[in-house]
Design a protein around this ligand. Structure first.
Ligand code: AGP
Length: 609
């Protein structure tokens, strides 16, 4: 997820671009760049790091007379954060400049195609193919719009582009397909941005471009057509937000916004990787070690906190789908254990930030012992991403809320893809039913989010308790642990996650009217076992709040309150059972009056031991 900004009009463009990029920085902040038309040509400035570094680099140019410009703040997906990989990117003649938010899935093929047509590439990005593709079509047809449309026909993936052309200095081009893009309507000027947060204070009239639309923007006019060259009449909306609000969209907190990103997060982790028709999973980041992966004898997963609980779900997935013996370690324990390493053990580090000190040290230890090391990391270019031998990026965008939510959903998605990928590389066939059910998960998460007000009401009832037991079995045992962690993090309630089978070996002693239980009771192979555990709690007058499967009639006879989730196959249940627990923690935390985005005593990335 990156931030795009564009301006055309009577004002000097640079200050407006810089301002806009600062507002969009929460979307990505590993590098930034601008391109402006000034003194008859397009001038570019890029820098690594936050926008303020770019601003410093531009301090002598800030008053340059320029009425047209585009800018970008980056969240790297392809190519490390560097000045070369920062946007904008241009064609061979430095005529066309493009900034991009999204992922071009077929960029490797297009790059080969363009290289064979003598185009020179300088960056590792997927984006750089766009200006070269337009340039290539301009050779056969000098109409920029036609060349742009022809180029778009060849591009697959998700994208929002802002484009300027030195031969058309009075026009700003915008293209939207799957990634967000908003036009701001000014008086004698017009704006472009990835989201309204960059337009607050600039205009109140905005147009949300739709998928498959191109806008040709001049200072006095906005002409929108679709990919079939038909003119469309965009709806003008009123922008009522302040900056903070705009960044959070309509959500009161980043945590809630990130919970509601669940469906899109699964889609972006699957994009270009789940090939249901071909019944295969494509993980480009593992191809370089594919041969070694064929010889895996054991998997060792290393992580902390929420990433550790996602790893526990991964343990079940790798053993059930890929038939690979798997163990999961708290990275902080692994780094000091005297563990005998078995040959052909592969270590996987899972980390949202990619900077967690314990996980980094654990993966370095594995490396010292000659293990192949893989990473599942959200922050591109982070230390763990750089130090592991290969890996898979989450593409979940920056996670601002300290309590990790969307990253967990993304980690579940990548772990499921990886288990299928490894099962195939170990010669096991994969059942297409799993592929098809995985594709339905985003919609099923959406139906849960649509019932958030139900969870809000239940949170109002349960916010008074100071203790909570979370119970689950099999795939839902790690979800009980994660649910308890979320509640602890943002409400400061003492919550304990426990495998339901373990309860009678001690934790049941805590059960009383004042000690409620959150039980995850999906209709699956261990349902009857969960029912008997609930009977044991009911017998001791413990209040029971159950997360259950739609259509389960019996659970209402056992639990005081039930939140139903859609049915899915057992190994994908965690996707659907964790979301209600994320919502529950959020509502209890806010109803107890806490700032759930910045919980006390916690840091988003724990870079110390
Ligand atoms: C989760 O909500 C916490 N922020 C914390 O437990 C986190 O999961 C842990 O610090 C690991 O972080 P990482 O995924 O960035 O390595």
């Amino acid at each position: 997820m990156c931030g795009i900004i564009g301006y055309i009009g009577k004002e000097k463009s640079l200050p407006i671009l810089i301002d806009g990029l600062k507002a969009l920085e929460y979307r990505g902040y590993d590098s930034a760049g601008v391109a402006i038309f000034s003194n008859g040509k397009i001038q570019v400035k890029k820098s690594v790091g936050q926008v303020k570094i770019l601003e410093k680099a531009l301090k002598n140019d800030i008053d340059l007379v320029s009425h047209l410009g585009i800018g970008h703040t980056r969240w790297a997906t392809h190519g490390m954060p560097s000045e070369t990989n920062a946007h904008p990117h241009s064609d061979c003649q430095n005529r066309i400049f493009v900034v991009h938010n999204g992922i071009i899935e077929n960029y490797r093929e297009l790059k080969e195609y363009l290289k064979n047509r003598k185009h020179i590439f300088i960056s590792d990005t997927d984006t750089e193919i766009v200006p070269h593709l337009i340039e290539d079509f301009l050779k056969s047809n000098h109409d920029f719009n036609i060349a742009l449309l022809d180029a778009l026909k060849m591009i697959k993936g998700a994208y929002a582009f802002a484009i300027i052309d030195s031969k058309n200095p009075n026009t700003l081009y915008a293209v939207k397909f799957s990634s967000p893009l908003v036009i701001g309507i000014g008086k004698g000027d017009n704006f472009l941005a990835s989201d309204p947060s960059a337009l607050v204070g600039k205009t109140k009239d905005i147009i949300y471009l739709k998928d498959g639309e191109i806008a040709e923007i001049t200072k006095d006019n906005i002409n929108v057509i679709n990919f079939e060259k038909q003119k469309t009449s965009p709806e003008i909306m009123r922008l009522e937000w302040d900056l903070e609000q705009a960044q959070k969209g309509n959500y009161a907190h980043f945590m809630l916004k990130e919970i509601f990103e669940g469906p899109e997060i699964v889609l972006s982790a699957l994009r270009g990787r789940l090939k249901t028709k071909e019944n295969l999973v494509k993980l480009g980041g593992l191809e370089q070690v594919a041969d070694k992966l064929k010889k895996i004898k054991r998997l060792s997963i290393l992580a902390c906190g929420t990433s550790y609980y996602a790893s526990l779900v991964g343990e079940y997935l790798f053993e059930e789908i890929a038939k690979i013996p798997t163990e999961v370690h708290f990275a902080s324990e692994f780094r000091y254990r005297e563990e005998p390493f078995e040959k052909e053990t592969v270590a996987i580090a899972i980390s949202q930030s990619g900077e967690t000190a314990d996980t980094l040290a654990a993966i370095r230890k594995a490396k010292e012992h000659g293990l192949l090391t893989l990473g599942i990391v959200n922050t591109v270019g982070s230390t763990i991403a750089r130090e592991t031998d290969a890996g898979v990026y989450n593409h979940a965008g920056p996670e601002i809320g300290v309590a990790s939510t969307k990253a967990f959903i993304s980690q579940l998605t990548i772990l499921t893809l990886m288990a299928v990928y490894l099962s195939k590389s170990n010669g096991h066939s994969s059942n297409n039913a799993l592929f098809q059910e995985l594709e339905k998960i985003p919609e099923k998460i959406k139906t849960i989010l649509d019932k958030c007000s139900q969870m809000e009401a239940l949170a109002e009832k349960y916010k008074k308790y100071e203790n909570f037991l979370f119970l689950g079995r099999k795939y839902n045992y790690p979800i009980a642990l994660e649910g308890a962690l979320k509640l602890k993090e943002v409400s400061y309630i003492h919550a304990e996650g426990c495998s339901a089978g373990e309860m009678k070996h001690g934790p049941i002693a805590m059960i009383s009217e004042k000690f409620p239980t959150m039980a995850i009771v999906s209709q699956n192979s261990v349902l009857e076992k969960m029912f008997s555990n609930l009977e044991e709690i009911k017998a001791r007058k413990g209040p029971i709040f159950a997360i259950a499967t739609e259509g389960d009639k019996e659970i209402t006879t056992l639990a005081d309150d039930v939140f139903f989730v859609p049915k899915t196959i057992e190994l994908l249940e965690p996707f659907l059972t964790v979301v209600p627990l994320q919502l529950f923690a959020y509502y209890v935390g806010t109803k107890r009056g806490f700032d759930v985005d910045k919980p006390r005593n916690l840091a988003k990335s724990v870079t110390v031991e």
